[in-house]
Design a protein around this ligand. Structure first.
Ligand code: C2E
Ligand code: SIN
Ligand code: SIN
Ligand code: FE
Ligand code: FE
Length: 596
């Protein structure tokens, strides 16, 4: 009571050259304070100030120390976590421990939903009616939108808290919400509440801000890690697909690399690639993976039917969040039994022409992210290339086969024409072809050579086309000059066939079937293994068949005489090894010689 005061004394509390307070002394007695007393009071005040300051320093140091401890503990704990999902519960526990409270909450912003979603929660926040906030909505949304921490006091909470949540909180609490940020952006918010008599103080703000900062960095790092991990996996898959497309002609193998990636890396439960069949106007299942019933035959889908029809008409990717809402009649029975929730399909077009559909199915409701969509479209492009390649190869192979057939028919025609002109016994060409192939097989000639040997046989005397009629069709023995003309047929064969690249591998027989093992043959006078094996094989069969047949200039020889004759020429006209193989063949497979 200042009116009764008769004496007054004030002394400042000075700590480290700063006035931190005052001590005032009142007295009811006039002139009761002396200078001496003032000096004593000042001395006391100095001591008090020092004690207070020490106390404050002690508390502050203790808090700082505790903060440091929290920071190092949280940093360490978060480093051990593999991903954001593992991090958040750890972070929540640390927030609760540091603030000595049960109530804490972490929200992260989700781009697809444009919402901050509760990711970890405890205490009174578990009772929130509204847990997710749009940017700017409620305290959390505001902290996210503005990037500044916000303290909720018992006085302000009535108006600040989102309407839906006003009744759910305990009484007498103070709250704090701080933004979680990375180097470049805000990604969420961190909140906590304390109860009377505690209230939010500046060191809480500092601590939570630090925790949010550590969390932001940790989440950012783990996202980067996850993204680069994902990126590597994607590149690996693209590379694998590339390699498969380039090296494998098996379309299913290539496409299954794609469906495998969808299943193992992109959250897809089941996937199928359907290929358009223009003849049937249908889509045929080429590969499918992840279905409960993998064995059931998937009937081709008529082009206008089902989901496929819808996709082909719209010519664009098609997403169904809830397959259950789809008109029942659109879905085949086996699909209904699978019980899928969501569906995403991409039509496969090549230069505007439909090639097929890539389908993905999800057993849990799925919302594709922009990133996910981008990559499945990249995979779809690869699928188109794979299908294009396979179909191109198929049609090339087919036209090759057709061409090849046409050629062989032509060759057979030539052979027949020659037989007519040569007056050789009918079927000579056919017989020598069959016997030569048989003998070649006995001698383990590679499978790939057989086609060329066959063609060589058909063409062996094609050069006789160039021999004049009066020589070729002469009834009697040939004169020496006529024989010279006749022997030109081997060179003629070379001249005719060599320019045709397709027949070049078949040339050996036509060109070299009159060469002799000892070098006395024609046209080149080759010797021993200089003579192509196919020609060495053929030569025996040719002579065998010529002597077995009537000619205008002689009668057919009998069986024993021919064999004796051939045996006699082993090492002279014929390769001894081929002669042995020939006799082996006759002994083992007399069926060829029954007709004799
Ligand atoms: P070709 O009738 O296809 O006979 C192929 C080969 O079988 C002959 O090659 C020869 O090595 C053997 N050969 C065929 N007939 C006889 C034969 O009566 N006696 C003997 N020892 N060997 C025979 P070559 O000798 O180089 O003859 C090539 C082609 O010349 C023959 O093909 C045939 O079209 C023709 N030719 C050969 N000799 C005569 C002949 O005396 N009169 C006629 N008109 N044509 C002949
Ligand atoms: C402290 O962190 O040292 C004080 C705890 C509190 O006030 O909640
Ligand atoms: C709100 O309802 O605005 C959020 C509640 C909170 O931050 O404590
Ligand atoms: Fe010949
Ligand atoms: Fe012949």
């Amino acid at each position: 009571n200042i009116e009764n005061a008769r004496g007054w004394m004030g002394v400042p509390l000075i700590a480290r050259a700063r006035v931190i307070g005052y001590i005032t002394l009142d007295s009811h007695t006039n002139g009761s304070f002396t200078q001496n007393e003032a000096n004593i009071a000042q001395t006391f005040a100095h001591q008090a100030a020092t004690s207070l300051e020490n106390c404050r320093l002690f508390t502050e140091t203790k808090q700082r120390l505790e903060e440091l401890e929290v920071v190092s503990r949280v940093s360490f704990a978060l480093r051990a976590a593999h991903d954001t999902v593992e991090m958040l519960p750890i972070l929540l526990e640390e927030v609760k421990t540091s603030l000595r409270t049960e109530s804490a909450d972490i929200w992260l912003y989700e781009f697809e939903a444009n919402e901050l979603k509760t990711k970890a929660v405890s205490g009174q926040f578990e009772r929130l009616n509204k847990m997710n906030f749009k940017p700017g909505e409620g305290v959390v949304g505001t902290v996210y939108a503005t990037g500044t921490a916000h303290i909720i006091t018992p006085q302000t909470q009535g108006s600040e808290i989102h309407e839906a949540n006003r009744n759910v909180f305990d009484e007498n609490w103070s709250g704090i919400v701080v933004p979680i940020r990375t180097a470049s952006e805000i990604i969420g918010a961190l909140g906590a509440a304390v109860y009377f008599p505690k209230k939010i103080e500046s060191h809480h703000l500092r601590l939570l801000t630090t925790l949010a900062e550590i969390a932001g960095n940790a989440i950012y790092r783990s996202n980067l890690y996850r993204q680069s991990e994902e990126q590597i996996q994607r590149l690996t898959t693209l590379r694998e697909l590339d390699t498969a497309i380039a090296s494998s002609l098996d379309l299913r193998l290539t496409l299954s690399i794609l469906t495998e990636h969808l299943l193992s890396k992109m959250g897809v439960s089941a996937s199928a690639v359907l290929i358009y069949n223009p003849t049937e106007q249908s889509l045929d299942y080429s590969v499918f993976s992840g279905f409960k019933n993998q064995k059931e035959i998937r009937q081709p889908i008529k082009i206008g039917d089902g989901l496929a029809g819808k996709i082909l008409i719209n010519r664009r990717a098609f997403f169904l969040k809830d397959l259950g809402l789809e008109n029942e009649s659109r879905l085949p029975n086996w699909l209904k039994r699978e019980g899928f929730k969501s569906y995403y399909a991409v039509p496969l077009f090549s230069k505007g022409v439909i090639k097929g559909i890539l389908e993905t199915y999800f057993r849990e409701t799925f919302s594709p992210s922009a990133d996910w969509i981008e990559f499945i479209h990249m995979l779809a492009e690869q699928a188109v290339i794979a299908i294009d390649n396979a179909q191109l190869f198929e049609s090339l192979q087919q036209s090759n086969q057709e061409l090849s057939l046409a050629y062989d028919r032509t060759l057979e025609g030539w052979g027949k024409a020659l037989e007519l002109r040569d007056k050789e016994t009918q079927g000579h060409t056919e017989r020598v072809t069959a016997l030569t192939l048989e003998l070649a097989l006995q001698m383990d000639v590679p499978e790939a050579s057989l086609l060329h040997i066959r063609r060589g046989c058909l063409l062996h005397d094609i050069g006789k086309m160039g021999v004049p009629d009066h020589i070729l069709r002469k009834d009697g023995k040939l004169t020496e000059e006529e024989l010279v003309e006749m022997r030109k047929h081997a060179q003629y064969a070379y001249d005719m066939i060599h320019p045709i690249e397709y027949l070049r591998p078949a040339l050996d027989i036509a060109y070299c079937h009159h060469e002799w093992w000892d070098g006395n043959g024609y046209p080149q006078g080759l010797k021993g293994e200089e003579i192509p094996l196919s020609a060495r094989i053929f030569a025996i069969i040719d002579v065998w068949d010529a002597l077995s047949s009537d000619r205008p200039y002689r009668k057919a020889w009998d069986y024993e005489k021919i064999l004796e004759y051939i045996r006699g020429l082993s090492g002279k006209q014929f390769d001894p090894e081929v002669v042995d193989a020939f006799f082996n063949m006759i002994e083992n497979e007399s069926r060829f010689f029954d007709w004799k």
